[in-house]
Ligand binder design. Structure first.
Ligand SMILES: C[S@@+](CC[C@H](N)C(=O)[O-])C[C@H]1O[C@@H](n2cnc3c(N)ncnc32)[C@H](O)[C@@H]1O
Length: 174
């Protein structure tokens, strides 16, 4: 039995479908791992940001610039916003400036990923601490929380996987 004819695209075809240069900073969609722990997750998020045309907002902890450099496997300039040391203060400023704040978190009142609409205004997607999640004082600053349904035995997803899925929805690409 033969299935449909599927031909994998060549590298040239793929690169013709991409932008010739990195996205300009549209400052429209921002993913914010505000309590980062592992450099590898920042690298993964950086790749997703490039794919969907988003920016990354992260505190300038001593190890972060090097982790971003190592994670930038595309070797292109990336769009990184430095948040300063006080995550809640930065989030509060984003709200005052009119951004929608979407918390990516397992939360009682969260909407499911499939119900999350694409971003229609400047949107910040906040990711939690890799062990303890989004702290309570930051939860108070969210406009909405989104949860990615799980049926397995694990308590949660890897933070970069969760952030990538939500970014794709917010960008309207899935
Ligand atoms: C490993 S989880 C944090 C663990 C968990 N919140 C806790 O307190 O034990 C790290 C972050 O990944 C994101 N995350 C992981 N799984 C998720 C899911 N199923 N839905 C939404 N966000 C998720 C959230 O941003 C979360 O704060």
């Amino acid at each position: 039995m033969s299935g449909p004819q599927i031909r994998v695209k060549t590298r040239q075809e793929i690169s013709r479908q991409r932008r010739p240069r990195r996205h300009q900073c549209w400052d429209h969609l921002i993913t914010a791992p505000l309590w980062p722990l592992h450099g590898a997750n920042l690298g993964t998020l950086l790749r997703t940001c490039d794919a969907v045309g988003a920016c990354l907002a992260v505190p300038r902890l001593p190890w972060v610039p090097e982790a971003l450099d190592r994670g930038n496997t595309l070797r292109r300039p990336t769009c990184v916003h430095w948040t300063g040391g006080d995550a809640c203060r930065w989030l509060h400023e984003q709200r005052l400036a009119g951004s929608q704040i979407v918390g990516v978190e397992l939360a009682e009142e969260a909407i499911r990923l499939a119900d999350l609409p694409a971003a229609r205004k400047r949107t910040v997607a906040v990711l939690g601490h890799e062990q303890t999640g989004i702290p309570a004082e930051a939860v108070d600053l969210l406009d909405v929380a989104v949860e990615i349904p799980m049926v397995g035995s694990g308590a949660s997803l890897n933070v970069a996987v969760a952030g990538s899925l939500v970014l794709y929805r917010l960008a309207g690409l899935i």
